[in-house]
Write a protein of this length. Structure first.
Length: 194
């Protein structure tokens, strides 16, 4: 029996399990998925990534959770929040992120899972602000960040990618707990029948 830490209408978010490795490694080896990253990942690198995100769950109580479609039990990738400490002016911070296999793009899964991750961050973890960042080329992720109500904070050069790399600069987005709570209030007051 799988134990979901968070659920949405269509998704369950949970720790990674050993049986996830085949699908996860295939996703991380897909050039379409890794287009906005410096390189694809080997099976061993995907296994190491699974181990790291599970360790973060144990250490902090949140992570990039394995995202599964409840109806089909298909692993679609990961969605969640992590503490990040890359060496730049806005870190350390809590980052929200997602990575999905291409067959699940364009169906609203990233936004759905990320909205629940924000709710968890702000309501259950009392985190004051959440950041997200991606290369300027990654229009799909920019749109998800905007749908989440995150606001652009400018650009920065990712220190791991390197200043001269074509994937730099990165765009930075942010949402505060207060901004998120205000959004929730606005959505409730504008709901039909209220």
């Amino acid at each position: 029996m799988k134990s979901f830490l968070l659920t949405t209408e269509r998704l369950g978010l949970r720790a990674f399990l050993p049986e996830d490795l085949d699908a996860f490694a295939a996703m991380n080896a897909d050039p379409r998925v890794m287009q906005h990253f410096p390189a694809t990942l080997s099976r061993e690198e995907s296994k190491a990534l699974m181990d790291r995100v599970n360790q973060r769950l144990t250490e902090f109580g949140f992570t990039f959770w394995a995202a599964e479609i409840l109806e089909t039990e298909a692993l679609i990738g990961f969605i969640g929040i992590v503490r990040t400490s890359i060496d730049t002016y806005f870190t350390p911070c809590v980052e929200i992120g997602w990575r999905l296999a291409p067959q699940y793009w364009g169906k609203g899964y990233a936004t759905e899972g990320a909205k629940e991750s924000l709710r968890f961050a702000f309501e259950e973890q009392n985190i004051p602000e959440i950041y997200s960042f991606t290369p300027h080329t990654n229009q799909r992720s920019h749109k998800v960040m905007q749908r989440l109500g995150m606001k652009p904070q400018g650009t920065f050069n990712h220190p791991v990618v390197g200043d001269d790399h074509p994937l730099n600069p990165h765009l930075l987005y942010r949402i505060s707990q207060d901004e998120w709570l205000e959004q929730q209030l606005d959505q409730r007051t504008s709901a039909p029948g209220l």
